[in-house]
Structures are given as C-alpha cells and as structure tokens.
Design a protein around this ligand. Structure first.
Ligand SMILES: Cc1ncc(COP(=O)(O)O)c(C=O)c1O
Length: 393
C-alpha cells in the first residue's frame, strides 16, 4: 500500500527542500542497480563536493553529527581536554565533545547582529587544557575565521568548523569548512543540500582525512565495494571504528542537490533581500546580518523579536495564520545536562542569553515566493504590534 506522508499543511512552512523529479529518477536508478551501500555514486559525490570547495577530497558520512564525532575522534580529544565552542548552536558539537570525555567550554557570541562566536571571548577562555575551538557558521553566515585561525595558530589548538549551515560558501577568500583543520557538513532534510540524513567531512591534512575515512567504517582495510570489485574476501581491522557510512541512495540524491545549489542560493538571496526590506519597518525588531552582503548560504532567516514580548504567544499568533516558525537556538549551556554539568567557566554568557531569549526563525526556503515573504512579514508585524500594545498596557 502506498504511504502518502507529505510535508504538513502550513500556509508557509519554515523549511523545505528542492527535491524533485531528478532526485526521484536518481533514486530509482540506484534501487534498480540494487547496490545500496557506498559505491561509485558515493565516491563521485565526495569528489564533486570536494571540487566545489576547491579541496582534493572529502568523506561522505551518515549525518552531520557523525561528521563532528569523527572530527573530535580524529583530533584525539578526550578526558581532561577542553573545547571552546558557541553555546548558540545545535547541541551536536558539544555532545560529541562530551561523548569523548572532553569538556565543552561555552563562549559568548559577538552581538545581536552577528551571533557567531566571539574570538575575544575565545581568547579569554583558553587555558592549558584547551585542545580545540569550534567555529559554527550560524545560519550560513561566516564566523570570524581569520581571527579564530590566528588564535588556533598562536596557541597550537585545532580548529573545527561546524559548517552544517554553510555548504559551498566563500568568505575572506576561502571556502567555509576548508580553513579549519576539519570541516563538518550536514545534509539533514532542511539543509541547503539534503540527502535525507547525511553529512560530509573535509580536512586540511590528508592523513587526518584518511583516518576519518577508515573510522567511518570500522577501520576495515577494504570496503564491501572494494571487495566486490576485487573478488577478495580479505580485510584487516586497524583500529576501533564506527558505522557512519552513507547510503548510495543518499549520495545519488546529494549529487543532484549539489548541482541545484546555485539555484537554491539565488532564490534564498532574493527572499532574504525582500525580508530585510520589509522587516526593517517593524519597530524593535532586530535582523541579524541585515547589512551583511558577502557570500552566505542564507540557511536561516533569524530575527530578534522586540524586547519584552512573549515569544510563545507571538509564535502562537503566527501559527494561527498558518506561518511556521522555530527558534535557532536555545543556548546549549541552558539545557539541563549542560547547565548542571558544564556551567560556563567564566560566569554567564550575557549576549548569548539576551539574544537566545529573543530569537525567532522565520520561514526561508527556495520554494517560497515573494508573496510568502510579504505574508510572513505582515503577520509578524501585526503580531508584534498587537503584543506590544498588550505589553505596554
Ligand atoms: C549547526 C549544526 N551542527 C550540527 C548539526 C548536526 O547535523 P545532523 O542533524 O545531520 O546530525 C546540525 C543539524 O541539525 C546543525 O544545524
């Protein structure tokens, strides 16, 4: 019986992807071939992704979290090691540090308008135990990699780029993900490139990338694909590894998604420009990166609602108008586990906390129209004005 699960009914959904007939045909072809584990399509996807980033190789994995886990593992982060990272991020990077016995040290962000990790705060938090820094390119906008790479060099630290939001973005003369020692990407269903679930890792040192490739599949010296081609049943195991292999189905989708990225970005650019124009008229609303005109994946349309407004009430009003919203992110250090076990060493994170309370993510994806942007902006304006009147009364 055919399953008919589709995207839920909203007038404007928060996120969507560009999956179409091309991906459906590619998946059908993989299924017809009956070769489903990593094979020639996965290898082609890796090389095409690497080429797009201007590097020589990449390793496809089963998720962005897997990419981060392999990065933390490859750098040998373990008990006693501290890793400085933004609290205003998805929990995956902090969780992978904790999983390996390391200690996440949360650094504050720069400002309301640039909510990426603040290099001055990173410098303040460096101790003799610091092993690595994680830069996260919030919403597809670059963190200050020049300053962070300088800090990493000065103190002999590793730099991991969590580029989950930022595939194929050039900033300060380099592709995001390729400046740090290791770059990690996610192909989750709402990302600019999706494979359903998936991820990619790049590394500056080919030896590190080799270690990551091996660890992706239990450090076996020959994959199922290698063995099928050579006819040999032999392999050795050189270290403890994991199964973070992508599927050939996902890789076939990813190759087409990568080719569609230029179109996706063009749509996001036009929609973001329209949002910026319309949202500028809403009193008290702050639009991060509103004046940024460099390259960006434009993954999120995050805003800061006016101070003192009830965000959940605002979201309820927008939901009633069929507008889906979200929050990227609730600061990691405020979640129970991190609050209780890893409270920020140097006190609170004032900017992160102030911004975290006001963040609201509006719909942004390539299937939206300018009319959708007008509808969301008008809905938000009405809700803000309505609630401001109430807050002031
Ligand atoms: C900033 C960030 N890092 C890491 C991840 C983890 O990626 P995945 O969901 O593919 O495991 C995500 C995705 O949700 C993310 O947004």
């Amino acid at each position: 019986m055919a399953e008919t699960t589709t995207v839920p009914e909203w007038r404007v959904t928060l996120a969507d992807n560009t999956i179409g007939e091309e991906e459906i045909e590619a998946v059908t072809e993989v299924l017809r071939s009956r070769w489903l584990s990593p094979g020639r399509r996965t290898r082609a996807f890796e090389l095409e992704f690497a080429e797009a980033l201007g590097c020589s190789d990449a390793v496809a994995v089963s998720s962005g979290t897997a990419a981060l886990h392999l990065a933390v593992r490859a750098l040998g982060i373990g008990p006693g090691d501290e890793v400085i990272l933004p609290s205003l991020s998805f929990v995956a990077s902090a969780a992978m540090v904790v999983l390996h016995g390391g200690t996440p040290i949360f650094a504050d962000i720069r400002s309301e308008t640039d909510p990426t990790i603040d290099p001055a705060e990173v410098r303040r938090l460096i101790t003799g135990r610091t092993k690595a820094i994680v830069a996260m390119h919030y919403g597809g906008y670059p963190a200050d990699l020049v300053a962070l790479a300088d800090l990493a060099d000065e103190y002999g630290l590793a730099l991991i780029e969590d580029a989950a939001h930022a595939p194929v973005v050039r900033a300060a003369g380099a592709m995001l993900g390729t400046v740090g020692d290791i770059g990690c990407f996610s192909f989750f269903a709402t990302k600019n490139i999706t494979t359903g679930e998936g991820g990619m890792v790049v590394a500056r040192d080919p030896a590190i990338l080799d270690r990551i490739r091996a660890a992706r599949s239990h450090c076996l010296t020959a994959s199922t694909w290698d063995r099928s081609r050579s006819g040999s049943a032999e392999y050795d195991v050189t270290d403890v590894g994991l199964n973070y292999r992508p599927t050939e189905i996902g890789s076939a989708i990813g190759r087409i998604q990568l080719a569609k990225l230029t179109h996706d970005r063009r749509c996001r650019r036009a929609l973001t420009a329209e949002y910026r124009r319309r949202l500028a008229a809403i009193p008290g609303l702050v639009v991060p990166f509103a004046h940024y005109d460099g390259d960006s994946a434009l993954h999120l349309m995050a805003v800061l609602i006016p101070e003192g407004l009830d965000r959940e009430e605002l979201r309820t009003r927008l939901r009633r108008s069929g507008i889906q919203t979200s929050v990227h992110y609730r600061p990691t250090h405020q979640f129970t586990l991190y609050r209780e076990k890893f409270g920020p060493a140097g006190g609170l994170l004032p900017v992160t906390e102030a911004v975290g309370d006001r963040l609201l993510t509006l719909p942004l994806h390539a299937r939206m129209s300018q009319e959708d942007v007008a509808l969301v902006s008008a809905g938000l304006s009405e809700a803000v004005i309505g609630l401001s009147g109430r807050a002031g009364s």
